[in-house]
Design a protein around this ligand. Structure first.
Ligand code: SF4
Ligand code: SF4
Length: 72
């Protein structure tokens, strides 16, 4: 149920952190990551994933390791 950040391509610009309606993006030790359990793919908030739109490095992608988010 989530997007993920490709760490090797992330420039740590922090643009994504503040746009997430679920506060699912956090920085730790200079590394930005999405907490999968908090990411709703922006469903219910926006039509498009806000972090993806705002990432200048285009390094936020769907994490195929977890099921797609489905609104309850
Ligand atoms: S897709 Fe939406 S909910 Fe998920 S991390 Fe990005 S901004 Fe947050
Ligand atoms: S917007 Fe993109 S490049 Fe910037 S911190 Fe987030 S994932 Fe990294």
């Amino acid at each position: 149920m989530a997007y993920k950040i490709i760490a090797s391509q992330c420039t740590a610009c922090a643009a994504c952190e503040s746009v997430c309606p679920n506060l699912a993006i956090n920085e730790k030790g200079g590394v930005f990551a999405i907490t999968a359990s908090k990411c709703t793919e922006c469903v219910g908030h926006f039509d498009e994933a806000q972090c993806v739109i705002d990432c200048p490095a285009d390094c936020i992608v769907i994490d195929k390791a977890v099921p797609r988010y489905a609104a309850a």
